[in-house]
Ligand binder design. Structure first.
Ligand code: PEP
Ligand code: MN
Length: 353
């Protein structure tokens, strides 16, 4: 249920609605729109509640919501959400490029990659410090040392950092270093972790689960939003199908579908979506054409030697070509690349700098 407040409704009038909801055992989430405020009602509602809320002064109308996800839905918030990752805006109509290695391997590797992608169009740096590996005997990431190297790379390049957090016990640590907390496909329905990042003060990049339906993905976002963190970016990264020629099947239709259903920004990860480096640029371009707010791609100074995901990692040269193609398609659609972060004012002081 959504309580739509009148233009210029006072804080007291909004509070009265919230108190009413609390008194009947429901929760209300206030959403600030450009035009007016709405209160999203979370919990199981009953038909009479509509009339009970409608009579409050300050309320213009009360609507039933047909979607199981509420805070993520355009029914509750029609206008696009813009997520702020350090100085970079995701979801404002411009195209954002997130690039970096699958995994932080060494100081030389992350710094060389960060410097290159920064100079050739990237807006954020990616790199895993905690890696979800199918095989427990494989390299699990550099962990805290990896986070420190990412912070160093940010200091050198001004690129905000996106990195994965896999465990509720690590959210505080990772949030101290990262500008954006990534929830990986394997944790897309780890509800305890989703709630924990929902309490964090950093934006969340939420991958679609490898077996996740769109509704399940949006409900995962709902877990984060419900805990108070409204800065969520959705990331399509391919789903498992019967096809084995590619690592996953990149679901391009999900991009415009989710953009229509939800106000949250949607980006695409064609590296995990395809598993093959030569499919990454065409699928990145196609994702932008389909309406993605950005792309996230894996880039490595020497993909043949990468410890993780070399087959899907772009060389520096291929990254440069892909950015040129994205720029052209974006221009044709009236969507420029976002401004480079070094050219933007820093929005918040970084305790590690
Ligand atoms: C990654 O981005 O490195 C990653 C592990 O992705 P996913 O969770 O989509 O498999
Ligand atoms: Mn990877």
């Amino acid at each position: 249920m959504i309580v739509v407040m009148k233009h210029g409704a006072s804080n007291d009038e909004v509070d009265a609605v919230l108190r009413h909801l609390e008194a009947v055992g429901l929760a209300g989430h206030v959403i600030e729109g450009t035009e007016r405020r709405v209160v999203a009602v979370v919990g199981t509602v009953w038909p009479e509640l509509q009339d009970e809320l409608e009579v409050h002064s300050g309320v213009t109308t009360v609507l039933r919501v047909s979607k199981p996800y509420k805070l993520a839905s355009r029914e509750v918030k029609p206008e696009d959400t813009v997520v702020r990752a350090g100085p970079v805006a995701i979801g404002d109509g411009s195209i954002v490029i997130i690039a970096g290695p699958c995994t932080v391997e060494s100081e030389e590797q992350i710094l060389a990659t960060a410097r290159f992608v920064q100079a050739h169009g990237a807006h954020l740096l990616r790199g895993g410090a905690f890696k979800p590996r199918t095989n427990p005997h494989q390299f699990q990431g550099m962990r805290r040392a990896g986070l420190e190297l990412l912070a160093l790379a940010r200091q050198e390049t001004a690129l905000p950092v996106v990195t994965e957090v896999m465990d509720t016990r690590d959210v505080e640590l990772v949030a101290r270093y990262a500008d954006v907390l990534q929830i990986g496909a394997r944790n897309a329905q780890n509800f305890a972790l989703l709630e924990e990042v929902g309490r964090a003060q950093k934006p969340v990049l939420l991958k679609r689960g490898m077996h996740g339906r769109i509704e399940e993905w949006l409900l995962a976002a709902e877990y984060v939003l419900t805990k108070g963190n409204r800065q969520v970016v959705l990331c399509e990264r391919g789903i498992r199908t019967f096809e084995t020629a590619t690592r996953n099947t990149m679901d391009l239709s999900a991009i415009p579908y989710v953009k229509r259903e939800s106000h949250l920004p949607v980006i695409a990860d064609p590296s995990h979506g395809t598993g093959k480096w030569y499919l990454v640029p065409p699928l990145a371009v196609a994702s932008v054409a389909a309406g993605a707010d950005g792309v996230m791609v894996e880039v490595h100074p020497n993909p043949d030697l990468a410890l993780v995901d070399g087959a899907q990692s772009l060389t520096f040269e291929n990254f440069t070509r892909m950015v040129a193609d994205i720029r052209k398609v974006g221009a044709a659609l009236g969507r420029p690349l976002a401004p480079a972060p070094a050219a933007l004012p820093r929005r918040q002081a970084d305790p590690l700098r």
